[in-house]
Design a protein around this ligand. Structure first.
Ligand SMILES: Cc1ncc(COP(=O)(O)O)c(C=O)c1O
Length: 381
Protein backbone atom coordinates (compact mmCIF):
# COMPACT_ATOMS: atom_id res chain seq x y z
CA UNK A 1 0.00 0.00 0.00
CA UNK A 2 1.50 3.36 -1.04
CA UNK A 3 1.13 6.21 1.43
CA UNK A 4 1.95 9.84 0.93
CA UNK A 5 3.41 10.56 4.33
CA UNK A 6 7.05 10.11 5.31
CA UNK A 7 7.19 7.39 7.96
CA UNK A 8 9.45 8.31 10.83
CA UNK A 9 10.91 5.32 12.68
CA UNK A 10 13.78 7.06 14.42
CA UNK A 11 12.11 7.88 17.74
CA UNK A 12 15.11 6.65 19.73
CA UNK A 13 17.10 9.55 18.21
CA UNK A 14 14.38 12.03 19.08
CA UNK A 15 10.60 11.88 19.18
CA UNK A 16 8.22 14.69 18.21
CA UNK A 17 6.85 16.90 20.96
CA UNK A 18 3.53 15.77 22.36
CA UNK A 19 0.67 18.22 21.91
CA UNK A 20 0.37 18.95 25.62
CA UNK A 21 4.11 19.58 25.80
CA UNK A 22 4.00 22.02 22.88
CA UNK A 23 1.13 23.84 24.51
CA UNK A 24 2.80 23.98 27.93
CA UNK A 25 6.03 25.21 26.32
CA UNK A 26 4.20 27.91 24.36
CA UNK A 27 2.14 29.01 27.37
CA UNK A 28 5.25 29.29 29.49
CA UNK A 29 6.98 31.42 26.83
CA UNK A 30 3.92 33.66 26.62
CA UNK A 31 2.86 33.97 30.26
CA UNK A 32 5.81 32.88 32.39
CA UNK A 33 8.71 34.19 30.34
CA UNK A 34 10.39 36.14 33.12
CA UNK A 35 13.60 34.97 34.77
CA UNK A 36 12.57 32.56 37.52
CA UNK A 37 15.29 33.98 39.77
CA UNK A 38 13.93 37.56 39.66
CA UNK A 39 12.08 39.41 42.42
CA UNK A 40 8.80 40.56 40.81
CA UNK A 41 5.35 39.22 40.01
CA UNK A 42 6.26 37.77 36.60
CA UNK A 43 9.34 36.06 38.00
CA UNK A 44 7.22 34.55 40.76
CA UNK A 45 4.88 33.21 38.08
CA UNK A 46 7.84 31.54 36.34
CA UNK A 47 9.22 30.25 39.65
CA UNK A 48 5.84 28.78 40.60
CA UNK A 49 5.56 27.02 37.25
CA UNK A 50 9.10 25.71 37.66
CA UNK A 51 8.47 24.33 41.14
CA UNK A 52 5.04 22.86 40.30
CA UNK A 53 6.66 21.08 37.34
CA UNK A 54 9.56 19.89 39.51
CA UNK A 55 7.11 18.49 42.10
CA UNK A 56 5.24 16.52 39.44
CA UNK A 57 8.43 15.24 37.76
CA UNK A 58 9.92 14.21 41.11
CA UNK A 59 6.79 12.28 42.13
CA UNK A 60 6.68 10.66 38.67
CA UNK A 61 10.12 9.15 39.35
CA UNK A 62 9.48 8.46 43.07
CA UNK A 63 12.00 11.13 44.06
CA UNK A 64 12.00 14.21 46.27
CA UNK A 65 11.85 17.59 44.45
CA UNK A 66 15.26 18.54 45.90
CA UNK A 67 16.75 15.46 44.18
CA UNK A 68 15.82 16.78 40.73
CA UNK A 69 18.11 19.29 38.98
CA UNK A 70 17.27 20.50 35.50
CA UNK A 71 20.03 20.28 32.90
CA UNK A 72 20.32 20.89 29.18
CA UNK A 73 19.73 17.19 28.48
CA UNK A 74 20.96 13.68 29.09
CA UNK A 75 24.49 14.46 27.92
CA UNK A 76 25.00 17.16 30.55
CA UNK A 77 23.60 14.97 33.33
CA UNK A 78 25.90 12.08 32.35
CA UNK A 79 28.93 14.36 32.06
CA UNK A 80 28.20 15.88 35.45
CA UNK A 81 27.99 12.61 37.35
CA UNK A 82 30.87 10.94 35.55
CA UNK A 83 33.37 13.80 35.53
CA UNK A 84 32.65 16.17 38.39
CA UNK A 85 33.70 13.90 41.28
CA UNK A 86 37.12 13.39 39.68
CA UNK A 87 37.96 16.93 38.60
CA UNK A 88 41.04 18.02 40.57
CA UNK A 89 40.72 14.85 42.61
CA UNK A 90 44.15 13.92 43.94
CA UNK A 91 43.16 10.51 45.23
CA UNK A 92 43.25 7.17 43.49
CA UNK A 93 39.54 6.53 43.11
CA UNK A 94 38.28 4.84 39.97
CA UNK A 95 35.23 4.69 37.73
CA UNK A 96 33.58 1.44 36.62
CA UNK A 97 31.33 1.41 33.58
CA UNK A 98 30.57 -0.74 30.54
CA UNK A 99 31.76 -0.86 26.94
CA UNK A 100 28.27 -0.29 25.57
CA UNK A 101 27.34 3.02 27.25
CA UNK A 102 26.11 5.99 25.26
CA UNK A 103 28.84 8.37 24.05
CA UNK A 104 27.82 10.84 26.79
CA UNK A 105 29.20 8.40 29.37
CA UNK A 106 31.93 6.76 27.29
CA UNK A 107 33.51 9.98 26.04
CA UNK A 108 33.38 11.41 29.58
CA UNK A 109 35.13 8.29 30.85
CA UNK A 110 37.72 8.50 28.08
CA UNK A 111 38.36 12.14 28.95
CA UNK A 112 38.92 11.14 32.58
CA UNK A 113 41.50 8.63 31.38
CA UNK A 114 43.37 11.41 29.56
CA UNK A 115 43.52 13.16 32.95
CA UNK A 116 45.20 10.11 34.47
CA UNK A 117 42.10 8.72 36.17
CA UNK A 118 41.52 4.96 36.30
CA UNK A 119 38.47 3.69 34.40
CA UNK A 120 37.47 0.03 34.12
CA UNK A 121 35.07 -1.14 31.42
CA UNK A 122 32.96 -4.29 31.78
CA UNK A 123 32.20 -6.27 28.62
CA UNK A 124 28.94 -7.81 27.45
CA UNK A 125 27.78 -11.06 25.88
CA UNK A 126 26.71 -11.55 22.26
CA UNK A 127 23.18 -10.37 23.11
CA UNK A 128 24.41 -7.10 24.61
CA UNK A 129 23.87 -8.02 28.27
CA UNK A 130 26.66 -6.68 30.46
CA UNK A 131 28.62 -9.35 32.33
CA UNK A 132 27.40 -8.82 35.89
CA UNK A 133 30.25 -10.72 37.53
CA UNK A 134 32.85 -8.79 35.59
CA UNK A 135 31.14 -5.49 36.43
CA UNK A 136 31.08 -6.41 40.13
CA UNK A 137 34.67 -7.70 40.08
CA UNK A 138 35.81 -4.32 38.80
CA UNK A 139 34.09 -2.49 41.67
CA UNK A 140 36.44 -2.27 44.64
CA UNK A 141 37.14 -0.20 47.73
CA UNK A 142 38.54 2.63 45.56
CA UNK A 143 35.56 2.87 43.20
CA UNK A 144 33.82 6.25 43.41
CA UNK A 145 31.23 5.80 40.65
CA UNK A 146 29.74 2.74 38.97
CA UNK A 147 27.76 3.69 35.88
CA UNK A 148 25.56 1.34 33.88
CA UNK A 149 22.82 2.30 31.45
CA UNK A 150 19.32 0.95 32.05
CA UNK A 151 18.88 -0.01 28.41
CA UNK A 152 20.99 0.46 25.33
CA UNK A 153 20.01 3.10 22.79
CA UNK A 154 21.12 1.06 19.75
CA UNK A 155 19.69 -2.35 20.67
CA UNK A 156 17.11 -1.63 23.38
CA UNK A 157 18.60 -4.46 25.45
CA UNK A 158 17.81 -3.98 29.15
CA UNK A 159 20.33 -4.56 31.95
CA UNK A 160 19.40 -5.95 35.37
CA UNK A 161 19.87 -2.58 37.03
CA UNK A 162 18.06 -3.27 40.30
CA UNK A 163 20.04 -6.47 40.94
CA UNK A 164 23.36 -4.95 39.90
CA UNK A 165 22.82 -1.77 41.95
CA UNK A 166 22.10 -3.91 45.02
CA UNK A 167 25.19 -6.07 44.54
CA UNK A 168 27.45 -3.08 43.91
CA UNK A 169 26.35 -1.67 47.28
CA UNK A 170 27.12 -4.99 48.96
CA UNK A 171 30.68 -4.76 47.60
CA UNK A 172 31.16 -1.17 48.67
CA UNK A 173 28.28 0.87 50.06
CA UNK A 174 30.11 4.16 49.33
CA UNK A 175 29.96 3.71 45.55
CA UNK A 176 27.60 6.11 43.80
CA UNK A 177 25.60 3.99 41.34
CA UNK A 178 24.63 6.01 38.25
CA UNK A 179 22.29 4.90 35.49
CA UNK A 180 21.66 6.56 32.15
CA UNK A 181 17.91 5.91 31.81
CA UNK A 182 17.46 8.17 28.77
CA UNK A 183 16.01 5.49 26.48
CA UNK A 184 14.08 3.62 29.15
CA UNK A 185 11.74 6.41 30.28
CA UNK A 186 9.62 6.14 27.14
CA UNK A 187 8.86 2.45 27.62
CA UNK A 188 9.24 1.64 31.32
CA UNK A 189 7.80 3.03 34.55
CA UNK A 190 10.80 3.93 36.66
CA UNK A 191 10.99 4.64 40.38
CA UNK A 192 14.57 5.68 41.09
CA UNK A 193 14.63 4.83 44.79
CA UNK A 194 12.93 1.46 44.28
CA UNK A 195 15.51 0.67 41.60
CA UNK A 196 18.25 1.44 44.12
CA UNK A 197 20.12 3.87 41.89
CA UNK A 198 21.79 6.98 43.34
CA UNK A 199 21.76 9.12 40.22
CA UNK A 200 20.18 9.10 36.79
CA UNK A 201 20.26 11.01 33.50
CA UNK A 202 16.95 11.76 31.75
CA UNK A 203 16.39 13.59 28.45
CA UNK A 204 13.25 15.56 27.54
CA UNK A 205 13.28 15.06 23.79
CA UNK A 206 13.15 11.26 23.99
CA UNK A 207 9.74 11.29 25.66
CA UNK A 208 7.85 13.90 23.72
CA UNK A 209 9.20 16.90 25.59
CA UNK A 210 11.32 19.71 24.17
CA UNK A 211 14.97 19.42 23.16
CA UNK A 212 17.53 21.11 25.38
CA UNK A 213 16.02 20.03 28.68
CA UNK A 214 16.95 17.10 30.88
CA UNK A 215 17.17 15.95 34.46
CA UNK A 216 19.96 14.97 36.75
CA UNK A 217 18.49 12.92 39.59
CA UNK A 218 20.80 12.70 42.58
CA UNK A 219 19.78 10.95 45.78
CA UNK A 220 19.79 13.26 48.81
CA UNK A 221 22.37 10.91 50.34
CA UNK A 222 24.98 12.32 47.93
CA UNK A 223 26.52 15.65 47.04
CA UNK A 224 28.45 16.28 43.86
CA UNK A 225 30.73 19.19 42.98
CA UNK A 226 29.07 21.67 40.63
CA UNK A 227 29.78 21.20 36.95
CA UNK A 228 28.68 24.66 35.77
CA UNK A 229 29.78 27.72 37.72
CA UNK A 230 27.98 31.06 37.71
CA UNK A 231 24.69 32.15 39.29
CA UNK A 232 23.01 30.45 42.20
CA UNK A 233 20.13 28.77 40.34
CA UNK A 234 18.79 25.29 41.10
CA UNK A 235 19.59 25.37 44.85
CA UNK A 236 23.09 26.59 43.90
CA UNK A 237 23.77 23.27 42.17
CA UNK A 238 23.56 24.24 38.49
CA UNK A 239 24.35 27.76 37.33
CA UNK A 240 22.49 29.37 34.43
CA UNK A 241 19.03 30.85 33.85
CA UNK A 242 16.59 27.97 34.16
CA UNK A 243 14.80 26.85 30.99
CA UNK A 244 11.34 27.13 32.57
CA UNK A 245 9.43 26.58 29.33
CA UNK A 246 11.48 23.46 28.67
CA UNK A 247 10.74 22.20 32.18
CA UNK A 248 7.01 22.91 31.77
CA UNK A 249 7.03 21.09 28.41
CA UNK A 250 8.84 18.13 29.93
CA UNK A 251 6.37 17.90 32.83
CA UNK A 252 3.43 18.01 30.41
CA UNK A 253 5.02 15.33 28.21
CA UNK A 254 5.50 13.05 31.21
CA UNK A 255 1.90 13.60 32.31
CA UNK A 256 0.57 12.71 28.83
CA UNK A 257 2.92 9.73 28.76
CA UNK A 258 1.63 8.59 32.17
CA UNK A 259 -2.02 8.95 31.12
CA UNK A 260 -1.51 6.93 27.91
CA UNK A 261 1.20 4.53 29.04
CA UNK A 262 -0.59 1.18 28.67
CA UNK A 263 -2.28 1.96 25.35
CA UNK A 264 0.85 3.40 23.80
CA UNK A 265 3.03 0.50 24.91
CA UNK A 266 0.53 -2.05 23.61
CA UNK A 267 0.32 -0.30 20.22
CA UNK A 268 4.09 0.08 19.88
CA UNK A 269 4.69 -3.56 20.79
CA UNK A 270 2.02 -4.68 18.32
CA UNK A 271 3.44 -2.61 15.46
CA UNK A 272 7.00 -3.77 16.19
CA UNK A 273 5.86 -7.40 16.28
CA UNK A 274 4.07 -7.12 12.94
CA UNK A 275 7.11 -5.39 11.46
CA UNK A 276 9.58 -8.00 12.71
CA UNK A 277 7.39 -10.98 11.77
CA UNK A 278 6.88 -9.70 8.22
CA UNK A 279 10.63 -9.21 7.83
CA UNK A 280 11.44 -12.63 9.29
CA UNK A 281 9.06 -14.29 6.81
CA UNK A 282 10.51 -12.54 3.78
CA UNK A 283 14.21 -11.92 4.41
CA UNK A 284 17.33 -13.37 5.99
CA UNK A 285 17.61 -11.25 9.12
CA UNK A 286 18.69 -11.41 12.75
CA UNK A 287 16.92 -9.39 15.43
CA UNK A 288 19.24 -8.24 18.20
CA UNK A 289 18.01 -9.35 21.64
CA UNK A 290 14.91 -10.98 20.17
CA UNK A 291 14.63 -13.55 22.95
CA UNK A 292 15.67 -11.37 25.88
CA UNK A 293 14.41 -8.33 27.75
CA UNK A 294 14.50 -5.28 25.47
CA UNK A 295 12.66 -1.96 25.32
CA UNK A 296 9.44 -2.14 23.33
CA UNK A 297 10.28 0.71 20.95
CA UNK A 298 13.61 -0.45 19.51
CA UNK A 299 14.27 -3.06 16.84
CA UNK A 300 17.88 -3.50 15.78
CA UNK A 301 18.05 -5.73 12.73
CA UNK A 302 20.93 -7.29 10.88
CA UNK A 303 20.27 -7.79 7.16
CA UNK A 304 22.42 -10.53 5.67
CA UNK A 305 24.73 -9.23 2.90
CA UNK A 306 23.28 -5.72 2.90
CA UNK A 307 25.29 -2.59 3.68
CA UNK A 308 23.36 -0.59 6.26
CA UNK A 309 24.38 2.81 4.88
CA UNK A 310 23.15 1.84 1.39
CA UNK A 311 19.90 0.50 2.82
CA UNK A 312 19.32 3.53 5.05
CA UNK A 313 19.74 5.93 2.12
CA UNK A 314 17.47 3.81 -0.11
CA UNK A 315 14.77 3.69 2.60
CA UNK A 316 14.98 7.44 3.05
CA UNK A 317 14.37 7.93 -0.67
CA UNK A 318 11.26 5.75 -0.33
CA UNK A 319 9.94 7.74 2.60
CA UNK A 320 11.11 5.75 5.61
CA UNK A 321 13.42 7.42 8.14
CA UNK A 322 15.58 5.08 10.25
CA UNK A 323 19.13 5.10 11.54
CA UNK A 324 22.28 3.00 11.67
CA UNK A 325 22.43 3.26 15.45
CA UNK A 326 23.21 6.14 17.71
CA UNK A 327 22.41 9.47 16.05
CA UNK A 328 25.65 10.80 17.54
CA UNK A 329 27.66 8.20 15.62
CA UNK A 330 25.75 7.94 12.35
CA UNK A 331 27.43 9.61 9.44
CA UNK A 332 30.73 8.71 11.08
CA UNK A 333 30.89 5.44 9.11
CA UNK A 334 32.60 3.88 12.10
CA UNK A 335 31.30 0.50 13.18
CA UNK A 336 29.05 0.78 16.22
CA UNK A 337 31.03 0.35 19.46
CA UNK A 338 28.01 -1.50 20.86
CA UNK A 339 28.01 -4.13 18.10
CA UNK A 340 31.81 -4.41 18.32
CA UNK A 341 31.51 -5.01 22.10
CA UNK A 342 28.91 -7.71 21.33
CA UNK A 343 31.52 -9.42 19.13
CA UNK A 344 29.42 -9.10 15.98
CA UNK A 345 31.69 -10.44 13.20
CA UNK A 346 33.39 -7.78 11.00
CA UNK A 347 31.42 -8.97 7.99
CA UNK A 348 28.08 -8.25 9.70
CA UNK A 349 28.85 -5.16 11.73
CA UNK A 350 27.90 -2.75 8.93
CA UNK A 351 24.65 -4.48 8.08
CA UNK A 352 22.54 -3.41 11.07
CA UNK A 353 19.78 -0.80 11.11
CA UNK A 354 17.82 0.55 14.07
CA UNK A 355 14.07 0.98 13.66
CA UNK A 356 12.51 2.81 16.58
CA UNK A 357 8.82 3.36 17.23
CA UNK A 358 7.22 6.10 19.31
CA UNK A 359 4.18 7.61 20.97
CA UNK A 360 2.63 8.69 17.65
CA UNK A 361 3.25 5.41 15.83
CA UNK A 362 -0.08 4.43 14.28
CA UNK A 363 -1.75 1.12 13.65
CA UNK A 364 -0.56 -0.01 10.21
CA UNK A 365 2.88 1.62 10.46
CA UNK A 366 4.62 -1.68 11.22
CA UNK A 367 3.14 -3.39 8.16
CA UNK A 368 3.79 -0.40 5.90
CA UNK A 369 7.40 -0.11 7.05
CA UNK A 370 7.96 -3.82 6.50
CA UNK A 371 6.68 -3.55 2.90
CA UNK A 372 9.12 -0.74 2.15
CA UNK A 373 12.03 -2.58 3.78
CA UNK A 374 11.33 -5.92 2.09
CA UNK A 375 11.00 -4.36 -1.36
CA UNK A 376 14.10 -2.24 -0.91
CA UNK A 377 16.28 -5.08 0.37
CA UNK A 378 15.17 -7.27 -2.54
CA UNK A 379 16.12 -4.50 -4.97
CA UNK A 380 19.56 -4.11 -3.38
CA UNK A 381 20.41 -7.82 -3.25
C1 LIG B 1 21.15 6.44 26.18
C2 LIG B 1 21.35 7.89 25.89
N1 LIG B 1 22.03 8.65 26.75
C3 LIG B 1 22.21 9.96 26.55
C4 LIG B 1 21.73 10.59 25.44
C5 LIG B 1 21.94 12.06 25.25
O1 LIG B 1 20.78 12.80 25.60
P1 LIG B 1 20.61 14.31 25.08
O2 LIG B 1 20.36 14.24 23.62
O3 LIG B 1 19.43 14.83 25.85
O4 LIG B 1 21.85 15.04 25.44
C6 LIG B 1 21.03 9.84 24.48
C7 LIG B 1 20.53 10.46 23.23
O5 LIG B 1 20.89 10.07 22.16
C8 LIG B 1 20.82 8.45 24.71
O6 LIG B 1 20.16 7.69 23.84
Amino acid sequence: MKRNDYLYLDHAATTPMRESALEAFKNAEEFAYANSAGGHELSRRAKNLLEESRDFIASYFGAAPSEITFTSGGTEADNWVIKAPFINSKNSQNLVTSKIEHEAVLASAEWLETQGQEVNYASCNKDGQVDINEFLDKCNKDTAIASLMYANNETGVVQQIEKIAKEVKIKNSDILFHSDVVQAVSSEKLDFHKLGIDSAAVSGHKIGGPKGIGIMFLSSKYKLPNYFHGGKQELEKRAGTVNVSGVAGLAAALKEHQDNFDNEKKRILQEREIFENELKNALEIKIVGEKIDRLCHISNIQFKSVNSETLMVALDLKGLGVSRGSACASGAQKPSHVLVAMNVPDIDVNSHLRFSFGWNTKEGDGKYASEIVINTVKEIL
